[in-house]
Design a protein around this ligand. Structure first.
Ligand SMILES: NC(=O)c1ccc[n+]([C@@H]2O[C@H](COP(=O)([O-])OP(=O)(O)OC[C@H]3O[C@@H](n4cnc5c(N)ncnc54)[C@H](O)[C@@H]3O)[C@@H](O)[C@H]2O)c1
Length: 389
């Protein structure tokens, strides 16, 4: 369905749109990038130049390649220039009404066969598609930040998306050198759903005074092999993004306590302590400030890690139980989308589903909260003494 000659349109030239455009242009496509804010277009153009210069300096690409990549990208301020596109990827503000309006406007410009995709992180693909006269050509193509570096792309057909479209799009994005997984149109798709406990259980442990922030971060890195601790990662992502994703997923799951956000993070957001980007979050990034020391007690560290990992595995198991994606794709998504050291279901098999269930049951008995209810699939695996693989 797609070829190297397919013309790609990108709407929105912010962090994600600019990255996606660079990826598609590097794969050899002609790419048109539109934004309704001229300043944003200019910034994207300048960033692209700087990014390509860096790649040449680092000898990742040749000067010729750099030239052809920039030649492939047209920054445009008129959406009408999208009439020849074969695929359009929208990466504008995360607002349903605004996205629906853009999709509906776009349909009047593009050809009848042009595929329309959204890079939304948290909105329903089906609801965006519902604004179109041809919802069968709409799907989600969810890149991770930064799009030029993160290998994972989630492909999400909506309820009305025509059969085979996700497969055709998968082939195209694979040809761009990305790792693709197909997932159902459910809140947070795979990664932004399964990863929630990494943050929320760490926050809960902190709020309960079981351990302080540096100790929790240390425990997850030391015993889990995670590249960053949950608080370091939340500070890096920014609480304006991370908290809102948590709250959106929670609301969309009809306030399921499993996804409940934490007040301590909300307060940071209210205070404007967004994290690393503005110098203060859970940690203080002011110059000359030394990060606080963790309490490197192995007993506490293992307890924290075991608890957070059990909740992560439980969420991965539940996603499989509800057929959000295949077990391979769930594991691939977490290793390639958020750099987890291992796929969670594979990890469960190593520990033994029985042991993971036992951790969940201890927490469930202690708190009597639905938040700790074990997944039916985890229970079945433990009962039958089976592994996920
Ligand atoms: N930032 C992330 O980590 C991340 C990761 C994956 C997906 N996403 C999703 O990607 C999308 C874009 O996120 P971002 O971080 O790049 O945002 P951003 O704020 O950096 O960029 C958004 C761009 O869209 C433009 N825009 C807004 N309304 C527009 C309209 N009506 N028409 C044309 N252009 C318009 C803005 O001028 C801006 O340049 C969102 O849906 C977000 O949920 C973000």
């Amino acid at each position: 369905m797609f070829s190297k000659d397919s013309v790609i349109g990108v709407i929105g030239s912010g962090a994600m749109g600019a990255g996606i455009a660079q990826v598609a242009a590097t794969a050899g496509h002609i790419v048109n990038v539109y934004d309704n804010n001229v300043k944003s277009l200019e910034k994207a153009q300048a960033n692209l130049k700087a990014s390509l210069t860096k790649l040449v300096e680092k000898q990742k690409i040749s000067a010729d390649q750099s030239q052809s990549i920039s030649k492939n990208i047209n920054f445009v301020s008129d959406l009408n220039s999208f009439s020849k596109c074969n695929l359009v990827i929208e990466a504008i503000v995360e607002n349903l009404e605004v996205k629906q309006k853009v999709f509906s406007d776009l349909e009047k410009i593009v050809s009848a066969t042009c595929v329309l995709a959204t890079n939304t992180s948290s909105l329903s693909i089906t609801s965006i598609a519902s604004a179109c006269t041809k919802p069968e050509r709409v799907l989600g193509i969810h890149f991770f930040n930064p799009a030029t570096i993160m290998p994972l792309v989630e492909i999400i057909p909506g309820i009305a998306t025509k059969q085979n479209l996700a497969g055709d799009v998968k082939k195209l994005i694979d040809s761009w050198g990305k790792v693709t997984v197909i997932t159902k149109d459910t809140p947070g798709f795979i990664v932004n759903r399964v990863a929630r406990p990494f943050y929320s259980e760490a926050l809960r442990i902190y709020e309960e005074n079981i351990a302080d922030i540096p100790t929790i971060d240390w425990a997850m890195k030391e015993f889990g092999g995670f590249k960053m601790g949950p608080f370091e990662l939340m500070d890096l992502i920014g609480h304006d993004v991370n908290y809102i994703v948590t709250e959106t997923v929670w609301k969309q799951f009809y306030f399921d306590p499993r996804f409940k956000p934490a007040l301590s993070q909300k307060r940071l957001l209210e205070a404007g302590f967004l994290g690393k980007k503005n110098g203060k979050g859970f940690y203080n990034y002011a110059e000359g400030t030394a990060p606080p020391e963790p309490n490197k007690d192995p007993a506490i560290g293992k307890l924290i890690f075991t608890r957070v990992l059990a909740l992560l595995i439980n969420e991965a198991a539940d996603s499989l139980y509800y057929k959000i994606a295949s077990k391979e794709d769930i594991d691939l998504a977490m290793t390639k989308g958020v750099n987890y050291p291992k796929g969670l279901l594979k990890w469960a098999d190593e520990i033994g589903p029985k042991n993971v269930l036992q951790t969940m049951m201890v927490l469930y008995d202690l708190y009597q909260e639905d938040r700790y209810r074990p997944s039916v699939l985890l229970k079945q695996m433990a009962l039958q003494n089976k592994g996920f693989y």
